[in-house]
Design a protein around this ligand. Structure first.
Ligand code: GLU
Length: 290
């Protein structure tokens, strides 16, 4: 039997905190319990927010926690060609279209829609794409593209849903509302998500799905904040003919005020805790893995 493959996939856009330690330790422990492999993936496609010093800090902090991972580490920014291939496959299926509205224009369109009644929001709370770029003809698109205007490449979700009806995933952890077992996917709740931009041939959703498949990841252990995104990931997996992993979403650690931990609040940062003489064993206890 091939051993299960796990991955921890942080973005180097800040320093790791207790929530990351929890997720990384869960992956590490599960890989050890099951005789599996643990991969580390650096999700650095957002060049404006990712910095090399944060990547270095990730390696240091994980090693300090006692976590071992396989090398070489996959750095997403070095694999744009893989994402482009996947994007072209989706385009060839007629599922991708360019949308030229700026963020400000989208906000205006949403405001206009909302003035007329409620406008749906995705599971993260962002309004669904309100534009009608999908219906532009090839003749209308060509001059816009030639003019050098920026655009986002969006998934035609209605068309995608027609191809993946009845989609589910196997949830071995739990969703925010206690969802577990075979969970129905609801990709339509996300609307026409962005798959790539003119200057970046990928997005979080596309690269995570491509990488998990290319790296043979069989069990995805990650925070519940990504539970609903799994609907998009399953959709892309089916459209691209990729294997289906098992999902194990875990609860999120919260601060005293009940807020999700974030990279910008330092009291739960691993660096600060370490400077205050907290040990890796203390960290395990703090995240409930003692
Ligand atoms: N890079 C994502 C993050 O830092 C995690 C991606 C995933 O686990 O699917 O939130």
């Amino acid at each position: 039997m091939t051993p299960p493959v796990f991955r921890f996939a942080p973005s180097p856009n800040g320093l790791l905190h207790l929530g990351h330690a929890y997720s990384a330790l869960l992956n590490f422990d599960r890989a050890r319990e099951t005789g599996g492999r643990l991969l580390l993936r650096i999700e650095d496609i957002d060049a404006t927010r990712c910095r090399p010093e944060f990547e270095t800090a990730i390696y240091e902090d994980l090693a300090w926690l006692g976590i071992a991972w396989e090398t070489p580490v996959r750095r997403q920014s070095e694999h744009l060609a893989d994402y482009r291939v996947a994007l072209e496959r989706l385009s060839a299926l007629g599922l991708v279209y360019p949308a030229f509205e700026s963020r400000a224009e989208i906000a205006k369109l949403v405001a206009a829609r909302e003035a007329a009644g409620p406008w749906p929001r995705d599971p993260d709370g962002a309004p669904l794409y309100p534009g009608d770029a999908k219906s532009l003809s090839a003749d209308e698109r060509a001059p816009l593209i030639e003019s050098g205007a920026p655009y986002a490449l969006r998934l035609d979700m209605a068309a995608a849903c027609r191809r993946v009806a009845g989609l589910t995933w196997d949830e071995r952890g739990e969703g925010p509302n206690d969802e577990r077992g075979i969970v129905p996917a609801r990709p339509e709740a996300w609307g026409d998500v962005i798959l790539a931009r003119k200057e970046t041939p990928t997005s979080y959703h596309l690269s995570v799905v491509v990488d998990d498949a290319l790296q043979g990841v069989s069990e995805i252990v990650r925070g519940q904040d990504l539970f609903h995104a799994t609907s998009v990931h399953r959709t892309l997996q089916v459209l691209l003919g990729l294997p289906e992993p098992i999902y194990r979403h875990h609860g999120l650690l919260r601060d005293e005020a009940g807020r999700k931990l974030s990279k910008s609040t330092s009291s739960t940062g691993l660096r600060e805790l370490r400077a205050a003489r907290t040990t890796p064993l203390d960290i395990r206890r703090l995240v409930g893995l003692g």
